[in-house]
Write a protein that binds this ligand. Structure first.
Ligand code: NAD
Ligand code: ZN
Ligand code: ZN
Length: 387
């Protein structure tokens, strides 16, 4: 089959690889009909999450069930059209039983940590997301093996198109998790850093949960314009951390936002340069956007970190955390926890997800898709590949 294979930093290619096979009784093979490129894929592409061997990428996908293992039972049958949540989770371990599928201990029993020691607790697997996250091939491919297929995949009604349902795999439950972690119940001021697909889904989720004001921040005007058009949120163009924080304080009676949601993550071009500058000045660098979230949130407020951070930064603003009594939550989002409710919202028309798609292309053009999404070319917000 054809699949998008990671070969090295900024080197992804559509290759011919072996077809996936049922390896366990609880597996299913899915014929992928739609799959998206995610900001999380860019951390691998950029080289900030290392991957030592070629791997099929992609954790946002849906398709038709082609084959099921004997252990899948009646949960899934050949021909079903399904969306697959991005964490690979068994559904029965301690973490799965605690609504933490992104930390499932059976899906990644030999958690491979590049640093040894501190990062080697077992647990946490994702499709197509490096050997650290279990070494599973992903869904930017014609076919994909889905483990624990009786737990993850959700059947999608015919009334929804692929594009209406695809983002239930990751970015909608992820954006929603950031807002749920922020304990948004109604009436809050929510500041969302990053107007990419995740930030936009967080904004849609904030409105769904009754936020009073939603403010989206980005460095790129075209992303802000798109985010405003699809979420009716207010926007701030990031020039620097200080002016952004000041504007958020001005918009919130001087107090700061009730909740800040970090939807940017580690960016090598920005964060490594900052760290290099800081080292030259004999200081320690800290990730800028996270620091701005800690400054822009009110006393007693919550910072949700959806953006991926894959390496330590020493100058974490622990003084702000302590002085302001901030709650900080983050991690790979528990997509399985929210997906059924969110699917209902989509079916009922309470939320529209596909308005963020700017580019559709055949799988064969996936490398081009990575280039325009990574480099923010051609007003790209979200690329959907059609294998
Ligand atoms: P993206 O690259 O399209 O979006 C990131 C946005 O941040 C861009 O629009 C960029 O211009 C903006 N940005 C850069 N510097 C900024 C700054 N200083 N201030 C404000 N905005 C700034 O990626 P995405 O698909 O939206 O994903 C966003 C993040 O969420 C990534 O780190 C991704 O890995 C992560 N993610 C996490 C989960 C999870 O489960 N926690 C799931 C999906 C994605
Ligand atoms: Zn994703
Ligand atoms: Zn589990």
């Amino acid at each position: 089959m054809k699949a998008l294979v990671y070969h090295g930093m900024k080197d992804v290619r559509v290759d011919t690889v072996d077809d996936p096979k049922i390896e366990d009784a609880r597996d299913a093979i899915i014929r992928v009909t739609s799959t998206a490129i995610c900001g999380s894929d860019l951390h691998i592409y950029n080289g900030s999450i290392p991957q030592p061997r070629p791997m099929v990428l992609g954790h946002e996908f849906m398709g038709i069930v082609e084959e099921v293992g004997k252990g899948v039972g009646g949960k899934l049958k050949v021909g079903d059209r399904v969306v697959v949540p991005f964490p690979i989770a068994c559904g029965t371990c301690y973490f799965c039983n605690h609504q933490l599928p992104g930390h499932c201990e059976n899906s990644n029993p030999e958690h491979y940590g590049p640093e040894g020691g501190l990062m080697t607790e077992k647990g946490g697997a994702l499709f197509g997301y490096t050997d650290i996250y279990g070494g599973y091939n992903g869904g930017q491919a014609e076919y994909v093996r889905v483990p624990y297929a009786d737990f993850g995949p959700r059947v999608i009604p015919d009334s929804l198109t692929d594009e209406q349902a695809l983002f239930l795999t990751d970015i909608f439950p992820t954006g929603y998790s950031g807002i749920e972690w922020g304990e948004v119940k109604g009436g809050e001021i929510v500041a969302i850093f990053g107007a990419g697909p995740v930030g936009v889904m967080a904004a849609k989720s904030a409105w769904l949960r009754g936020a009073a004001r939603v403010i989206i921040i980005d460095t790129l005007q075209y992303r802000l314009d798109k985010a405003k058009a699809s979420t009716y949120s207010e926007t701030i163009r990031w020039e620097d951390a200080k002016s952004t924080v000041e504007q958020i304080r001005d918009m919130s009676g001087g107090r700061g936002a009730d909740v800040c949601v970090e939807c940017v993550g580690f960016e090598p071009d920005r964060d490594l340069l900052d760290r290099a500058k800081a080292v030259l000045n004999f200081e320690k660098g800290s990730p800028k956007v996270l620091e701005a979230c800690m400054s822009a949130v009110r006393r007693g407020g919550i910072v949700s970190v959806l953006g991926v951070y894959s390496s330590p930064f020493d100058n974490f603003p622990i003084h702000q955390f302590f002085d302001k009594g901030i709650t900080i939550r983050g991690g790979q989002a528990p997509a399985q926890k929210h997906i059924d409710k969110l699917l209902q919202y989509v079916i009922e028309g309470k939320v529209v997800l596909d308005d963020i798609i700017t580019h559709r292309m055949p799988l064969a053009e996936a490398a081009h898709g990575y280039d325009i999404f990574r480099n923010k070319k051609d007003n790209c917000v979200k690329v959907v590949l059609k294998p």
